[in-house]
Design a protein around this ligand. Structure first.
Ligand code: GLN
Length: 306
């Protein structure tokens, strides 16, 4: 069953009382000022139809959702062997910015959806592209069918000023030989990707290629192969929500990716892409009301990959 706007509104009203139970990310000061009561959802069908409710057209910081875009871009530039020798495919069961496994596993991050993994992927993009930030923006504008998407420079520089942990992660990988470029220029790019400002509608459109075997919305050519699209969805289902990935699979049952801006994207392969936004996060850094909205919607429309 296709959700109607009325159903989406109903779901949002059911989860709205959860606002107040989480905490807006404040370790990036520019994010701390985002109003906690924002709540939006958008569904994009593979035929391009958009259904939306709440604050679905308001831009927010996509943060770690950008890790999926970096991986996608890297997959277009590297052979699988090259890529997967630098980063693993296993769930971490640890916080997104944890360094524990990185030390034990000799500078090879567990997967591309935690900070170490996305930072190493950003290093790889830096090695193969002459203007990685420009290429990323071009890709996102294409995928979202929105030429107005920009990097939020205030968020990016706020994160740069509080970058000690991510810089430590990068230097640790460099000490193990798993880093090719200077750390700071790579981190600058990584923070910019995280600071992409997009709405739920933009995100639902953008990730439509993962619901459609690698074919972006309105495009004639796949951006990645059907097999690579399957690979990304598998990694999203196992690693997309960090140490909350199991709980998310249990409750929502869809490949998904969250960000500390409060956004979550979820994929129903072959059918649709869903994006939700509510800034308050749980202990793992995943949106509280966003997860609940996806859980309710998956039940109402009877969709799950399990
Ligand atoms: N930019 C954030 C960071 O590197 C992204 C984290 C997230 O969204 N989980 O800490």
């Amino acid at each position: 069953m296709k959700p109607t706007a009325a159903l989406l509104n109903e779901v949002l009203e059911e989860v709205r009382p959860l606002i107040g139970q989480g905490k807006v990310a404040d370790y990036i000061p520019a994010l701390a000022s985002v109003p906690a009561n924002k709540l939006g959802i958008a569904v994009c069908y593979n035929d391009g139809e958009i259904i939306q409710a709440g604050d679905s057209e308001e831009g927010f910081s996509i943060q770690s959702i950008s890790k999926v875009l970096s991986l996608t871009l890297a997959m277009t530039l590297y052979e699988p062997d090259e890529l997967w020798s630098r980063v693993g495919k296993e769930p971490s069961g640890q916080a997104f910015n944890s360094m524990i496994q990185l030390e034990l596993e000799k500078g090879i991050p567990r997967n591309p959806f935690i900070n170490p993994g996305a930072i190493v992927v950003s290093d790889m993009l830096h090695s193969r592209l002459c203007a990685p930030q420009y290429r990323m923006l071009e890709l996102v504008r294409e995928l979202s069918c929105n030429p107005n998407i920009v990097y939020d420079k205030v968020v990016a520089s706020s994160e740069m000023q509080h970058s000690d942990r991510n810089a430590s992660i990068a230097y640790l990988m460099r000490s193990f030989g798993n880093f090719e470029n200077e750390v700071m220029p790579v981190l600058t790019n990584y923070f910019s990707y995280c600071a992409l400002k997009m709405s739920c509608v933009d995100l639902a459109r953008t990730f439509s290629y993962l619901a459609n075997k690698g074919l972006p919305l309105g495009a004639k050519k796949r951006i990645i192969s059907q097999t690579k699209s399957k690979h990304i969805n598998a990694l999203l289902a196992t690693c997309g929500l960090y140490d909350g990935a199991g709980e998310f699979a249990y409750r929502v049952g869809m490949p998904g990716k969250s960000g500390v801006g409060g956004g979550i994207v979820a994929i129903v392969p072959g059918e649709m892409t869903i994006a939700v936004w509510s800034p308050e996060l749980d202990q793992s850094g995943n949106s509280v009301a966003g997860t609940a909205a996806l859980e309710k919607l998956s039940e109402r429309i009877g969709r799950s990959i399990f």
